[in-house]
Design a protein around this ligand. Structure first.
Ligand code: FE2
Length: 170
């Protein structure tokens, strides 16, 4: 069982897990992926993802990103999240009070997503990227956004995640 005992409860989210717990979990699973414990596929037609673990508190997804595959600007509804890049390199564009800000997440890097975090993640390199993502409580919905005039965030739609989702996790 990989779920760590929570280091500290967070009263701001409906989960006993904090961002540091989720980050640690993704790093642990990323090590498993590097060790060959999980089959990774890369689909040039659409982003590939697989649910590796799920329980009432957290789910863990393995995602591969072919060149120029991206998640689209989104939030994670009521879930906290974290990712660790297993291989390749991802670029995260996150929404801030000053507009979109970009950061590169190379292999071995991790990032946490607090409640309300709005971001896009994509692979702009020639080589595929692989990442491990954890969400707590398990991800149930995502809203998608557009940026108007570079200044205003506008929600365009919301989708349930899971088998009925056209976009999947990210
Ligand atoms: Fe995300």
């Amino acid at each position: 069982m990989l779920l760590h005992a929570p280091r500290h409860a967070r009263s701001t989210a409906p989960t006993p897990l904090g961002l540091s717990d989720l980050t640690a979990l993704t790093r642990e699973i990323a090590d498993e992926v590097r060790a060959g414990a999980h089959l990774v596929r890369v689909d040039p037609e659409r982003r590939w993802y697989k649910l590796l673990r799920t329980d009432p508190y957290v789910d863990v997804w393995l995602i591969s990103w072919a060149t120029e595959q991206a998640a689209e600007l989104h939030d994670h509804a009521g879930s906290l999240g974290a990712l660790t890049v297993v291989s390749g390199s991802l670029v995260e564009q996150r929404w801030t009070t000053e507009g979109l800000r970009s950061r590169s997440l190379r292999a071995g890097r991790s990032a946490g997503f607090p409640l309300g975090h709005v971001h896009d993640v994509g692979n702009h390199e020639v080589t595929p990227a692989v990442s491990v993502h954890a969400y707590s409580p398990p991800l149930t919905a995502m809203s998608y956004y557009a940026v108007d005039d570079g200044l205003r965030l506008r929600r365009t739609r919301s989708e349930l995640t899971g088998s009925g989702s056209s976009k999947g996790v990210g």
